[in-house]
Design a binder for this molecule. Structure first.
Ligand code: ADE
Length: 260
């Protein structure tokens, strides 16, 4: 299952994503377009969507049942999910289960996933997956935010998109993975382009000045202002010197991040 792709820097391993899902047609979905889509075509990454229905029980391929203890909705059966997982060659990849009950997915997690051989994402449907198979498989449970989606596929797409853009060769010189929100624990400064005057609104004067040091200073101040106003949690961590992921210590991929 190992594959490689060729690029300017020679041959590299393909970053491999597997999605365990009841809706395999949802992949690559949006990831078949734009930046991720071009990288997919070039073999920088691949996605294999496995239909968990194939592991369902009986003629009707049943994958779910009612929750013990009562309550609304259905729960995905541990035996079915375990069969689907057992059929995959993890090949050193983490098994990730997106769920609103997970710890928050951070850019540091994304860097860790992107630096490895790929990920396997278990996409839950209905009310979720039986806890025992999550425990037994050692799945990393992550949430993409404090809201509830109708299934794990959208969250998996978010996770994969965030990983793929960090893979070497995905971002051209026109895109930057470095000066962006979260790379130093602050939100990004505001962006402006032509025209310099639009609808009675001017671009901040300093950005037209050509003074690189002055521009950098203005951007830093703007980043701090917007972070303080919108994200008191990030601001507190930044002020305490514990802002996330400043050092980019993720290994070889960290260099690729910086160069891209
Ligand atoms: N599945 C449903 N809601 C989710 C969320 N907020 N994050 C991750 N996975 C989910």
């Amino acid at each position: 299952m190992l594959s490689r792709h060729g690029g300017a820097g020679g041959w590299a391993m393909t970053w491999q994503a597997t999605a365990l899902t009841l809706f395999p047609d949802m992949f690559p979905g949006m990831l078949g377009h734009s930046l991720a889509g071009r990288a997919l075509e070039r073999g920088i990454w691949s996605v294999d969507a496995r239909d968990m229905r194939e592991y369902g029980l009986g003629r009707h391929r049943v994958v779910d049942d009612t929750p013990f203890g009562g309550g609304a909705g259905m729960v995905m059966r541990p035996d079915v999910v375990a069969s689907a997982i057992a059929d995959i060659d993890l090949a050193g990849r983490p098994l990730v289960y997106p769920t609103p009950r997970g710890r928050r997915l951070m850019q540091a997690d994304i860097r860790r996933y992107a630096a490895g051989p790929g990920v396997v994402v278990l996409c839950g449907r209905y009310e979720g997956v039986d806890e025992r198979v999550l425990e037994a498989s050692g799945a990393e449970q992550v949430s993409i935010g404090d809201y509830v989606l109708s299934g794990g596929e959208v969250a998996a797409t978010v996770l994969l998109d965030a990983c793929v853009r960090l893979l070497p060769g995905v971002m051209g010189s026109g895109e930057s993975a470095v000066e962006e929100s979260f790379s130093d624990g602050l939100l990004e400064y505001p962006l402006y382009t032509k025209p310099a005057q639009w609808d009675g609104r001017d671009v901040p004067e300093v950005l037209l000045s050509g003074h690189h040091a002055a521009i950098a200073k203005w951007r830093r101040a703007a980043s701090e202002t917007v972070t303080q106003a919108r994200r008191p949690d990030l601001w507190a961590a930044y002020r305490a010197g514990t802002g996330q992921d400043i050092s980019r210590t993720a290994g070889p991929r960290a260099d690729a991040d910086r160069l891209n």
